[in-house]
Ligand binder design. Structure first.
Ligand code: KG4
Ligand code: ZN
Length: 345
């Protein structure tokens, strides 16, 4: 079965071609980072207009890369939500049009399920059941996963998502968008113990997250240490001061993400941990999750970094399993903006 997948939930227009649920024939991602960078975050109206311009060339280029035409496609998988409504609509409408004109069935894929199963695109695959941490710009969520169609939310952020905290702290420090890759790079030169930023553990049993206090703490630290900001608005920090803030902030995020994921694995008595989503591209988080996983007798699985940030390959894979279940959509199906996966929270 050949699947064409389309992803347009935020600021990446992406298309992928997957054969028989495992052989990736094409993976094209067109990022809008340059468009949104100067605003310090994604501007929804600009994002949907850009998707409109990019969707046809991106899908076309995936078909070309795979060396196939639409006549070879057996099914279309498209991100239905959660995400920006205007952006999602571009992908869904495009998928519906292709489905109608070429008479190809299509399925809707939850973006979070895409991240959740992106790990099956790697060589090293986990076995069910497992606990998964999905940390991205919109979510910091812990799932208990028993198979491709059964996964429950066991913890989620009560305010900012981990990636959102990286992006907001980058803005506070005058760095560009998206903040995650920039902060993680600067953190390499810094001391993670230089500044003690708070870790929000919430109540002892909770698997929820909270990152807004940490972000405020970084803002207060920068404001209170007057030499770190200059009166004329120019950046008065030395590179090492910036690196220390980045490393100390990153360590606080990593401590909580790793700590709560290990706690969840113990609670559900699983042997495997999965980590995915844009923040899972963070080298320090990857290193610490592996370290602490093995200290606790747990095996840790994560996709290569190119499949951590938004892509359509993960939508193709999750879509393949939707097709196996016969979850084909009708033309009146709509997008949704908020998380639709049921959970115990
Ligand atoms: O999964 P993703 O591409 O899109 C969403 O579904 O949100 O995640 C994007 C988020 C952004 O907040 C970005 O700053 C963060 O992932 N991110 C990182 C890194 N690379 C991307 N955060 C920390 N360290 C990184 N290396
Ligand atoms: Zn995502």
């Amino acid at each position: 079965m050949i699947i064409l997948a389309i992803e347009s939930s935020c600021d990446e227009t992406a298309a992928a071609i997957l054969r028989d649920g495992e052989k990736l024939l094409a993976n094209v991602v067109n990022s809008q980072i340059d468009l949104h960078g100067k605003y310090g975050g994604v501007v929804p109206e600009l994002a949907s207009r850009q998707h409109l311009e990019d969707i046809y060339p991106v899908v076309n280029s995936a078909l070309n890369q795979a060396g196939i035409t639409l006549d070879d496609v057996d099914g279309i998988a498209v991100t239905q939500g959660p995400g920006l409504i205007g952006s999602l609509l571009v992908g869904l409408s495009f998928a519906k049009s292709l489905s109608l004109v070429k008479k190809i069935p299509y399925v809707g894929v939850d973006h979070m399920a895409g991240h959740l199963f992106s790990v099956f695109l790697s060589e090293k695959k986990p076995t069910f059941p497992f606990v998964a941490l999905i940390a991205s710009g919109g979510h910091s969520t812990i799932f208990h996963v028993t198979d491709y169609s059964h996964y429950s939310i066991e913890g989620r952020t009560r305010d900012d998502a981990a990636g959102e905290a990286f992006d907001k702290v980058a803005k506070i420090l005058g760095l560009s968008y998206p903040g995650g890759p920039i902060i993680s790079k600067l953190a390499l030169q810094g001391d993670p113990k230089a500044i003690t930023f708070p870790r929000s553990w919430l109540d002892p049993e909770s698997l929820d997250f909270s990152f807004s206090g940490l972000k405020t703490s970084v803002a207060n630290y920068v404001r209170q240490n007057q030499h770190l900001t200059s009166s004329n608005g120019a950046d008065a920090r030395t590179p090492i001061e910036t690196a220390n803030i980045c490393a100390s902030f990153q360590e606080a995020v990593v401590d909580v993400l790793v700590g709560k994921t290990i706690k969840a694995a113990r609670k559900f008595k699983v042997k495997n941990i999965v980590m995915a989503g844009g923040v899972a591209a963070n080298p320090r988080l990857r290193e610490r999750m592996h370290e602490q996983g093995s200290e606790n007798g747990l095996e840790v699985f994560m996709p290569p970094t190119e499949f951590c940030t938004d892509n359509a390959a993960m939508i193709a894979l999750a879509g393949f399993h939707r097709f196996q279940k016969g979850a084909i959509l009708t033309l009146d199906m709509d997008v949704y903006s908020r998380c639709a996966i049921a959970g115990s929270k």
